[in-house]
Ligand binder design. Structure first.
Ligand code: SAM
Ligand code: SF4
Ligand code: SF4
Length: 340
């Protein structure tokens, strides 16, 4: 039977950095900008999670949504829909976002901090501010021992820049060695990782790479670091590592920032570079703050649809699969235009 549900709440766990901690929800509610508070001290004692209590607490929240009396954080959330759901007391989606440090400085990104030199006097204190205060790998192992992590679960690394996270290699390797085949890594691709390469060779790892430009000049304007050549060279190496049976995704992504990279020339070059370097998919998005702040100004919406239509046309022309993020689909919806 169908009723109101949130698939994200019903299936996920999110490991976040210091103040946010571990949460059920991995998203922000776009209608009120609220994220979820950390799971209660009853459930997580700072070291281990009591899984029975975890699912009991989750079931209560699922019920609140079902009864149309969701908690404040979930009110009017875009993720609530009518569908069927049977709680199998399992986790199907793990978001690993345990730190904020990044070697890029994207103009649109609010959630990052710049790295400092390991020789800096306040190095340890600095990093404590941006890193998770618990042992994530031990909790993951415990999840597996208690049989609460679905074998086909999606394991999603984000951040900050995950490839710089000190335990990245160890944790990614753990998932690969334990035969998880649905691992996705969000990265700016500046730092090459032998373990990512291993995951690609094992047909276990997909990449979602934030490129955001077609030319070197524009890439620098968005990322605010000089990394265009490095990013594409690394991409070529990953692409070469693909086995014949590779059926994961090497996806390049473009977040439109009006006034910075919102031109057809950039999108055209982005698709060309993606094709040339072996991407198996391209993705388009528009930065979140824009939709929050613009009050849906019609000319801007039309401009975004025009750019999106152009990207789709170029992707088709270059015979490369494409995907649109919900922000972009939302723009079409606002203008009552069908996505081509
Ligand atoms: C926070 S980043 C972390 C992973 C990695 N550093 C990267 O750039 O892919 C995760 C994803 O969120 C996207 N992102 C960050 N800020 C955004 C924003 N304001 N609007 C839309 N997407 C954003 C990035 O492009 C990236 O794909
Ligand atoms: S309804 Fe929205 S805010 Fe609430 S758990 Fe689901 S995604 Fe998160
Ligand atoms: S690379 Fe990722 S984390 Fe870093 S600034 Fe850009 S979007 Fe943010």
């Amino acid at each position: 039977m169908k009723h109101l549900i949130c698939k994200n709440l019903n299936t996920s766990i999110c490991f976040n950095y210091k103040e946010i901690g571990i949460t059920y929800c991995t998203l922000t509610n776009a209608t009120n900008g609220l994220g979820w508070p950390k799971i209660s001290g009853e459930v997580f004692n700072g070291r281990t999670i009591d899984w029975d209590k975890f699912f009991q607490e989750r079931a209560k929240e699922i019920d609140l949504i079902k009864q149309s009396t969701p908690r404040r954080e979930c009110a009017n959330c875009q993720q609530i829909e009518e569908d069927e759901f049977i709680d199998d007391k399992k986790i199907h989606y793990v978001l690993l976002s345990p730190w904020q440090v990044c070697n890029s400085d994207c103009i649109y990104c609010l959630g990052h901090a710049q790295p400092i030199s390991p020789k800096a006097k306040n190095y340890n204190e600095y990093y404590q501010e941006f890193i998770e205060p618990y042992n994530m790998l031990e909790i993951i192992k415990d999840m597996i021992n208690h049989n609460v992590l679905d074998k086909d679960a999606e394991i999603d690394f984000a951040g900050g820049e995950p490839t710089l996270y000190p335990k990245f290699d160890e944790i990614l390797n753990f998932f690969i060695e334990n035969d998880f085949k649905n691992i996705i890594i969000h990265t700016n691709n500046i730092q090459y990782s032998k373990i990512i390469e291993k995951g690609i060779k094992n047909n276990a790892v997909s990449l979602m790479i934030s490129i955001d430009a077609g030319t070197k000049k524009c890439h620098k304007a968005v990322k605010r670091v000089d990394s265009f050549d490095k990013v594409w060279n690394n991409f070529k190496k990953y692409s070469k590592a693909r086995p014949k049976e590779y059926n994961r995704r090497l996806c390049t992504k473009y977040v439109i920032v009006p006034g910075v990279n919102d031109s057809k020339k950039e999108l055209e070059e982005f698709i060309k570079q993606s094709k040339k370097n072996g991407a198996t998919q391209v993705a388009l998005n528009v930065y979140n703050q824009l939709l929050n702040n613009m009050n849906y100004e019609e000319n801007l919406l039309k401009h975004l649809v025009d750019l999106s239509n152009f990207m789709i046309e170029q992707a088709k022309k270059n015979n490369i699969p494409y995907t649109l993020f919900p922000n972009i689909s939302y723009v079409y919806e606002k203008l009552n235009i069908r996505i081509p």
